[in-house]
Write a protein that binds this ligand. Structure first.
Ligand code: CO8
Length: 273
């Protein structure tokens, strides 16, 4: 039966009282929750459509500065694509369906994305976490690409992003055996940013997002794009793009403000211009 309720929830949590983020950052951090707990937040095509539409809306909202994506419940960030939807597909139906374009749109989001992962991030769930810019993982989180066990292979960036994140040899092992990695292994291999006690996962991710949200927004977007260039382009191209973007930021008010505030020994006030 098709899901009729929204599959993605959006909220703007207030900064935690102990947070370094000023109260004025209310609305600057969006929390997007994948909300199909009964199916371990499996990424149906409709859920992915809702997710990308929500993220694109936030990306156009000047008040929003960072986004946390999490899964509903404690068992899963997302247990992958919805296998029930994929089972009857053929190569022709997938090609004609045009429903994988959402993954390209997810990769175009300019705001920083932080995945808060509790439980499993498998298949498309791991690919979604890796499409985010940082991953805060619970101690009980696990990451894997088990598609091989279903007779297929990763199809939403897993072979590329996992290989870039943890290296060819380890990506080969995980993708060719379908084995999952624990959060600590994922930290050791460079896939995740932090591992924290399970109950603290969302708070830590929100705090990290709140900290990023206090930074100059143009520089944040530019830095994110430049870091992504590091794995997407040959080194010389990436360096040239980095230099051009760096020079470009010297035409912004935030550059003038940031450097004036430093020399005047006061905190900067970012205008986002
Ligand atoms: N798709 C659909 N339903 C799922 C999925 C899924 N990926 N994962 C779990 N569920 C459902 C189960 O069917 C079950 O539903 P029900 O109660 O109605 O039977 C419910 O969630 C709970 O799951 P389990 O009973 O299986 O819970 P367990 O604790 O026993 O096991 C596991 C948890 C180990 C996570 C197990 O559910 C599992 O192995 N899930 C599948 C993991 C997997 O293979 N993921 C890869 C899917 S393929 C993929 O992601 C390809 C990506 C390509 C691009 C994306 C395009 C959209």
């Amino acid at each position: 039966m098709p899901d009729l309720a929204p599959l993605v929830r959006l909220a703007f949590p207030a900064p935690a009282p102990a947070s370094a983020a000023p109260a004025s950052t209310l609305g600057a951090v969006a929390l997007v929750t994948l909300d199909r707990p009964a199916a371990l937040n499996a990424l149906s095509f409709d859920l992915l459509d809702e997710l990308v539409e929500t993220l694109e809306r936030l990306d156009r909202d000047a008040a929003c500065r960072a986004i946390v994506i999490t899964g509903s419940g404690s068992r899963a960030f997302a247990a992958g694509a919805d296998i029930r939807e994929l089972e009857p597909q053929t190569s022709a139906s997938l090609t004609a369906g045009g429903r994988f374009g959402v993954w390209d749109r997810l990769a175009m989001i300019g705001l920083p994305l932080i995945a808060a992962v509790r439980g499993v991030a498998l298949g498309g769930g791991c690919e979604l976490a890796m499409t985010c810019d940082m991953i805060v993982a619970a101690e009980d989180a696990s990451f894997g690409q088990p598609e091989i066990l279903l007779g297929v292979m990763p199809g939403a960036g897993g072979t590329q992003r996992l290989t870039r994140a943890i290296g060819k040899a380890r990506a080969m092992e995980l993708i060719l055996t379908g084995r999952s990695m624990s959060a600590t292994e994922a930290l050791r291999r460079g896939l995740v940013t932090r591992v924290v006690p399970a109950e603290a996962t969302l708070d830590v991710a929100l705090e990290l997002a709140a900290e990023v949200a206090t930074m100059p927004p143009l520089a944040v977007r530019a830095a994110k794009a430049a870091i992504l260039d590091a794995s997407d382009r040959p080194l010389a191209d990436g360096l040239a793009r980095e230099r051009a973007t760096f020079f470009g930021l010297f035409d912004t008010d935030d550059q003038a403000e940031g450097m004036a505030a430093f020399t005047q020994k006061r905190p900067p006030v970012w205008s986002g211009h």
